[in-house]
Ligand binder design. Structure first.
Ligand code: PEP
Ligand code: MN
Length: 342
């Protein structure tokens, strides 16, 4: 339920409601907007109804949240959530560029990629150390060694890193290194892991499950948020359809739908979304035009030698061109790409 306070409500009046909700064992989330304060009461709706809070002069109304996802919902928080990572913000008026190789293969490869994508304009470096692979015989990542390389390259370039966690036992390890912890498509409904991520105090990049509906995806975000971590960034990365020409079908309609349903930022991964470097520039531009808060693009200094996802990786040169295009698209929609100092 949400308790909408009258405009001009006093701090002590807000506290009075918060205390009453806490006394009956409800979770409380306070959202102070420019004009309105909204108190979210998390727990049994019947209890909130029975409290008769509307009788208080400083309470405007008490409303149920109609969606199955609560904390995630725009009913719960009208203003966009904006998270700070390094010196950029995600969810506001910036379009954030995350780029780097699919997998960390060696420190040289990672550094070359990082220097290249940074010079092109990317603010955040991506790279998997734990790789979910369909075949057990494929390269599965350098694991902790890869995380250490990411940390050293962050040290050298100043770029924050986003990297994937694959199970609940390594949440602690990965979050020690990562600035943004990535949940891959295959783990979107790994509920034990989502619960662990809910205990962290850093942004989680939650990829859409490869066959997940938008509602299932938002319910996964709710798992993380209900644990106390409200910093969830959604990532559309394509879904399974009957189409086989592209690796997945990039559902760009998810961007405006998610923006309508939630206050959380959403970024788009056109690399996994299409499976071919050829389609990445167009889908990146389309993602920004659709209102995405950023894109995550696979870039490899030598895609032909990549141990993972070379076919969908852009060269540094191609990525540089995409960045120039995205600057122009962002500007059309009143957004900008924050310049990084190289
Ligand atoms: C990735 O980004 O490295 C990745 C494995 O993506 P996805 O989970 O979307 O397949
Ligand atoms: Mn990949």
């Amino acid at each position: 339920m949400i308790i909408v306070m009258q405009t001009g409500v006093q701090e002590k009046e807000i506290q009075q409601v918060v205390t009453r909700l806490e006394e009956v064992g409800l979770g409380v989330h306070l959202s102070k907007g420019e004009f309105r304060t909204i108190i979210g009461a998390i727990g049994d709706e019947k209890i909130v109804r029975a409290m008769g809070l509307e009788a208080l002069s400083f309470v405007e109304k008490v409303l149920p949240i109609t969606q199955p996802f609560k904390l995630v919902s725009r009913e719960f928080q009208d203003e966009n959530s904006v998270f700070t990572v390094g010196d950029c913000t995600i969810g506001g008026d910036q379009v954030v560029l995350m780029a780097g190789p699919c997998a960390v293969e060696s420190e040289e490869q990672l550094l070359e990629a990082a220097v290249g994508v940074k010079a092109a304009g990317a603010q955040i470096l991506r790279g998997g150390a734990f790789k979910p692979r369909t075949s057990p015989y494929a390269f599965g990542g350098l694991e902790e060694e890869g995380l250490k390389m990411l940390a050293r390259v962050r040290e050298k370039t100043g770029m924050p890193i986003v990297t994937e966690v694959m199970d609940q036992h390594t949440v602690g390890l990965v979050s020690e290194y990562a600035d943004i912890v990535q949940v891959g498509t295959r783990n979107m409904q790994n509920f034990y892991m989502l619960r662990e991520l809910g205990k962290l105090n850093k942004p989680i990049l939650l990829k859409r499950g490869l066959s997940a509906t938008i509602e299932e995806w938002l319910m996964a975000a709710e798992y993380i948020m209900s644990g106390g971590n409200h910093q969830v960034i959604l990532c559309e990365r394509g879904i399974r359809t009957f189409e086989t020409y592209t690796r997945n079908t990039l559902d760009l309609s998810a961007v405006p739908v998610v923006k309508h349903l939630t206050h959380l930022p959403i970024i788009v991964d056109p690399s996994h979304g299409t499976g071919s470097w050829r389609w990445v520039p167009a889908m990146s531009r389309a993602a920004v035009a659709a209102g995405a808060d950023g894109v995550m693009i696979e870039v490899h200094p030598h895609p032909e030698k990549a141990l993972c996802d070379g076919a969908q990786s852009l060269t540094i040169e191609k990525f540089t061109n995409v960045c120039h295009q995205l600057e122009q698209v962002a500007a059309v929609f009143g957004k900008h790409i924050k310049k990084v100092t190289v």
